[in-house]
Design a protein around this ligand. Structure first.
Ligand SMILES: [Zn+2]
Length: 360
């Protein structure tokens, strides 16, 4: 017992990661992450593309390797060189959700709490009964007041159970009635959000979320931070493959900018891990690429990227063990040397191959 305790204390002290960022973009398919733009959808008929020549100029290339790099340059330079990417099923790496719903709230719940909860059957604003990893980290020594979420979809404040968790959360929309308002942004940003013609009813443009996140990180320097983007899902549902690709390209740029920003700050440099994933996949083919649900084949397939000082630089993973969305919460904690799975045994275990265990 004492030996075990000593071993775990030593392991914790030896982790290089002191800060963790979980970043998600809703419903971005593994197909685009690993193969780039898909030819079948680069047209008006299937992809609702308005400027086919312009889109091809920006994202069509002869090989999948060139296409994915054109679409997601940060993923396929920095993360591929120094981190890991799971989910290329054509190369024997499978990443999947374990909930059977294949839509958003069940997916966000799965990666934030580690549990695929069959009780969650809608995207309604119902306070989540499950404890999420950020709420739990907030109770750990050294993390109080150092955990926050800046997200683009109003329902996430209920998924994080803002009333119970008391986490600082910004969605650009009203929070649950009894949740404390702990993040206020500059009047300029609030004015830009208010003055922009909304496209969707409960999802704001990723541009604002990215700006809000950057401002918050510079000013407050959180140690555990959740950042959610969502245009990728909305544009796909709207049947606009052009906007879907451009939104994905922007998410890559936002992540790059955030990475460069934190690497320039002493609190974060060389001691910060980014974990990037999505809440569900989508179907395939000329119609089903737009959709995801328990009736859509393939919507259970996702991707996971991880970059940080405790992650072996294995790049694009091939022929490896299946990983799941339910492992994200414990992985977020594990890179900090924290044991979320130990506290919540139903939660998935950390993705062990993504973390270099000190002394091994
Ligand atoms: Zn979703």
């Amino acid at each position: 017992m004492l030996v075990l305790l000593l071993v775990s204390t030593v392991a914790k002290a030896a982790m290089k990661t002191e800060n963790v960022f979980l970043i998600t973009t809703d419903g971005l398919r593994w197909e685009e992450v690993f193969n780039g733009a898909e030819e079948l959808l680069l047209n008006k008929e299937n992809g609702g593309v308005k400027d086919v020549d312009g889109l091809k100029r920006d994202f069509w290339r002869p090989t999948p390797e060139e296409r994915r790099k054109a679409l997601l340059p940060f993923f396929w330079s920095e993360i591929a060189a120094r981190g890991q990417l799971y989910g290329n099923q054509t190369k024997g790496s499978v990443a999947q959700i374990t909930n059977t719903r294949r839509f958003s709230y069940p997916g966000y719940n799965e990666f934030l709490t580690g549990i695929a909860d069959p009780r969650i059957d809608s995207n309604n604003k119902i306070p989540n009964a499950n404890t999420n990893v950020f709420e739990w980290l907030h109770t750990r020594p050294g993390f109080h007041g150092k955990v926050a979420a800046v997200v683009n979809w109003d329902v996430i404040a209920w998924i994080l159970n803002a009333e119970r968790s008391r986490l600082p959360i910004w969605t650009g929309y009203p929070l649950p009635a009894n949740a404390p308002v702990l993040i206020k942004f500059s009047p300029e940003l609030e004015e830009l959000v208010a003055d922009t013609t909304p496209i969707w009813s409960s999802v704001i443009m990723d541009t604002f979320t990215a700006r809000a996140a950057l401002d918050y990180v510079r000013q407050q320097q959180p140690r555990a931070f959740y950042l959610a983007f969502g245009e990728t899902d909305e544009w796909a549902h709207d049947g606009r493959y052009d906007c879907y690709l451009r939104a994905a390209h922007h998410v890559d740029r936002f992540i790059q900018r955030l990475w460069q920003t934190v690497q320039a700050l002493p609190q974060y440099r060389d001691k910060t891990t980014f974990i990037v994933t999505t809440d569900h996949g989508r179907g395939s083919g000329p119609q089903d690429w737009r959709h995801h649900s328990n009736k859509i084949d393939g919507a259970e397939n996702i991707w996971i990227a991880i970059l940080g000082p405790d992650t072996p630089p294995l790049g694009e993973r091939t022929n490896c063990a299946r990983v799941t969305l339910s492992q994200i919460a414990s992985t977020v904690a594990a890179v900090l040397g924290e044991d979320f799975h130990g506290a919540f045994s139903q939660a998935g275990v950390p993705i062990s191959e993504a973390i270099r265990i000190p002394g091994k």
